[in-house]
Write a protein that binds this ligand. Structure first.
Ligand code: GDP
Ligand code: MG
Length: 437
């Protein structure tokens, strides 16, 4: 799958000091192949890798950030750009604002109609009216009625009326009278694109002149989703896309391609069958999902913000000379503390989130450690090897901890020193983790 492939190609870059034409070429080839595998259109994949290459080659590599990590960030930013950059909202200014659903049968229109109504009601204080416009299947009308009851939003239906245009117009008239500020019109879909469906939805569009036409598509349908999106857009010129069923095991290809092929933003994603399983679409989060690498990107960003490059260089020097001491250890703790909540930081390391599940990490995990270091003399901090049994006892008493804790910290310090040395020599993270256990 895409994230595994990207993972592999990033590994190639790990441990190399600079991003150059040569070390990036192989990675870009892998990325392109991975995108093609995930149903991304060839032209888009090519443009994507060209853009990434241009960005990567110009980049200066911070000491605190490895080129591989930097590539992850560049690829992620570029993916997010490809999917629209920022979040695109829906038009709600008109009174009432009219939203029209379109899409194939089974894509999730009716479910989304309920979800959107619920979101607008609970999060934006709106007073929506839902309209049952799928007149061919009585079950579809019932489905929307049940949803409406569940979320406490009225549903407009007309028994026996088979003309969705008339129903939609009547519903909007009623909404004006009753003061509903949003009208969401659900419509009938078919199993494949056909003339009758297109004619019907076009007629509804013409009659009610919606503020927002949303195209709903099942993200599990891959390249088909892109083709369907194109056909609907050619006929309807819709305003935004709703990607449903992203709770499943879907590939990233659909989200990636749809935006480029139809040039319309993805606005919402459905993440389950329940009525609250709806998110507004965030391109950067989708990029994370596609990359499947935990939130390594935010970690890199935080590191870039917080780590003073000069400081990092000095540290590396010390590590190389094996003069890393407790004063440096304290500085490290401060750096980590600056990066935020320890739980968050750990959660951002790929694989660590899962590995640490269920383990307690105290927010003040460093408190005792700091107390112990503060109780050391300057000599002890600089040269920890002088800390013998007697000194350990004194430090334990002074810091209000006990001998076991002091011993643990000393052991931890030695391990850290080893670990940091490995990092500074570019050994890989797996070995580093193994060393921690
Ligand atoms: P419509 O024919 O376009 O109106 O599609 P429906 O709203 O009836 O949805 C078809 C099926 O997909 C139903 O079983 C829904 O429960 C399911 N469904 C819709 N959206 C989602 C979603 O985001 N995640 C999951 N897992 N199922 C969904
Ligand atoms: Mg339906």
């Amino acid at each position: 799958n895409l994230s595994e492939r990207l993972d592999k190609s990033f590994k190639l870059l790990k441990g190399q000091g600079k991003i150059t034409e040569i070390n990036v070429a192989e990675t870009l080839k892998d990325i392109r192949r991975a995108l093609l595998d995930a149903d991304v259109n060839f032209k888009i994949a090519k443009k994507f890798t060209d853009d990434v290459k241009e960005k990567a080659l110009g980049q200066e590599v911070l000491t605190a950030v490895k080129p591989g990590q930097l590539m992850v960030k560049i690829v992620k930013d570029e993916l997010a750009m490809l999917m629209g950059g920022t979040f695109a909202d829906i038009q709600l200014e008109s009174k009432p604002a009219v939203i029209l659903m379109s899409g194939l049968q089974g894509s999730g229109k009716t479910t989304f109609t309920g979800k959107l109504g619920n979101m607008l009601k609970t999060k934006k204080g709106k007073n929506p009216l839902l309209v049952a416009g799928d007149v061919y299947r009585p079950a579809a009308i019932d489905q929307l009625k049940v949803l409406g009851e569940q979320i406490g939003i009225p549903v407009y239906t007309e028994e026996g009326n088979m003309d969705p245009v008339k129903i939609a117009k009547a519903a909007i008239k009623l909404a004006k009278e009753k003061g509903h500020d949003v009208v969401i019109v659900d419509t009938a879909g078919r199993l494949a694109v056909d003339e009758q469906m297109m004619n019907e939805i076009s007629a509804i569009k013409k009659a009610i002149d919606p503020d927002e036409i949303l195209f709903v598509v099942d993200s599990m349908t891959g390249q088909d989703a892109v083709n369907t999106a194109k056909e609907f857009n050619d006929r309807l010129d819709f305003d935004g896309v709703v990607l449903t069923k992203l709770d499943g095991d879907t590939r990233g290809g659909a989200a990636l391609s749809i935006r480029s092929v139809v040039e319309k933003p993805i606005k919402f994603v459905g993440t389950g069958e329940k009525v609250d399983a709806l998110d507004v679409f965030h391109p950067d989060r989708m990029a994370d999902r596609i990359l499947g690498m935990g939130d390594i990107v935010s970690l890199v960003e935080k590191a870039q913000e917080q780590f003073d490059e000069e400081e990092a260089r000095k540290l590396q020097d010390k590590l190389a000379k094996n003069t890393f001491n407790f004063n440096d250890f304290l500085k490290q703790i401060n750096q980590i503390k600056k990066m935020g909540n320890l739980k968050d930081v750990v959660g951002m390391i790929p694989g660590m989130g899962k590995a640490m599940k269920g383990m307690e990490i105290e927010d003040d995990a460093f408190k005792h450690i700091e107390a112990i270091i503060f109780s050391m003399t300057a000599e002890e901090r600089e040269n920890p090897s002088v800390i013998n049994g007697g000194r350990r006892k004194r430090i334990a008493n002074g810091s209000g901890t006990n001998i076991q804790e002091v011993n643990r910290l000393l052991k931890q310090f030695t391990e850290t020193r080893k670990m940091m040395k490995m990092v500074s020599q570019g050994k890989n993270v797996q070995r580093m983790m193994a060393g921690m256990q």
